[in-house]
Design a protein around this ligand. Sequence first.
Ligand SMILES: Cc1cc2nc3c(=O)[nH]c(=O)nc-3n(C[C@H](O)[C@H](O)[C@H](O)COP(=O)(O)OP(=O)(O)OC[C@H]3O[C@@H](n4cnc5c(N)ncnc54)[C@H](O)[C@@H]3O)c2cc1C
Length: 400
Amino acid sequence: MIKKSIAIIGGGSASLMLAGSIDTQKFDVIIYEKNKALGRKFLVAGDGGFNLTHSEEISNFITRYAPRQFITPFINHFSNQDLRDWLHSLGIETFVGTSKRVFPKKGIKPIQVLKAFEQLCINHNVKFQFGYTWKGWKDKALFFENHLQQSFVTCPDIVVFALGGASWKVTGSDGTWLNFFNEKQITTVPFLPSNCAYQINWDATLIHKHAGSALKNCCFSCNEQSKKGEVVVTKFGIEGNAVYALSPNIREELMKQRKALLFIDFKPEFSKEDILLRFQRFKKTNMKSFLKDCLHLTDLQIDLLKNATNKETYNSINLIADKIKSFEVTIIDFSPIDQAISTVGGIHLDELNPHLELKKLPNHYCIGEMIDWDAPTGGYLLQACFSMGKYLANYLNQNN
Ligand SMILES: Cc1cc2nc3c(=O)[nH]c(=O)nc-3n(C[C@H](O)[C@H](O)[C@H](O)COP(=O)(O)OP(=O)(O)OC[C@H]3O[C@@H](n4cnc5c(N)ncnc54)[C@H](O)[C@@H]3O)c2cc1C
């Protein structure tokens, strides 16, 4: 049987799952990667929390993605539990943390996980071309330049793009390829940061005192979406899982009106009436001691309230209770895109058929973060990249 050739461009998470799962009895597979090694962004992710996926129940799991309809078939094909089982088969044990996120078992380093992926590809006879940067097309052929500035063209039977997003350029995922697709009349969406810090003009004295402090167990809302959790207040503004999860909503507001209003409920477990009742029962009349000793607000929360109110409001239990339940903060910008954990933008969803094939370029597929979808951190990003890689491997195996 004559084997078909597959060129996978980019050697990150989505690519490795595809290459490790494709039937190499049927296909000759080469990964072209601009770096001298695979999975640089995977290792960067490993430096932080390294959530490989999240263990929540699948019906909730898929609600984390936008647009949900796009990602659902891939997650249904290869779920969070499938990923854990698959990693187990590679010798990578995982555990569920208190946050329900899934991590490699203690003692397993990110480089070991990456090496397990790489070894699987080697065992499958997948070939690697390192230092090869894809630079578009020359006529119908893929055009590359290698690390010695030599040009190279190739015409494989099947091409899979797995070029990643546009943050942390140092990892190789720089998003500079949008124009190559535009030249083929393929619509792309400009990249924007997601899962990033947001800029706030804090009062200078307040931030001098509190930069680096966390707002814990609060509920954050923007544009009718809420998320309980924690953020850190920084000189730049605000960052952390709770605001990362609100990224689509914050982004929509920032794009519409160049600002986004974030509302923070400092006491989500109390209603306003609970606060008023506690004040009535509190023996002292001093507001600060009520906030601190009775409501257990932190110094940061109390200073935020003080800073945002005049004396009259601060000392009125009715008005201050409103502020405690809905403290308004104005976000004025995103962090620079390169510092974002992920990006949205890339290949427009309308350009792909349900099997991730470019409608205008048959036998050319896209997988991973390079497509315009979004998800919060916490394992959802890697899971979607792995699921797309697995889905496409299965589709190609069955249809060739
Ligand atoms: C700091 C940080 C922490 C993160 N933590 C987590 C986490 O804990 N959990 C989670 O789920 N996700 C996390 N992520 C996100 C996750 O790492 C990415 O979403 C995921 O790696 C994207 O996979 P991908 O295969 O689409 O692209 P990538 O892994 O980015 O791979 C794309 C590859 O393509 C190569 N490439 C690009 N252009 C070219 C070209 N022209 N020619 C040849 N090669 C090219 C790049 O060099 C790169 O190796 C984190 C990201 C960051 C930055």
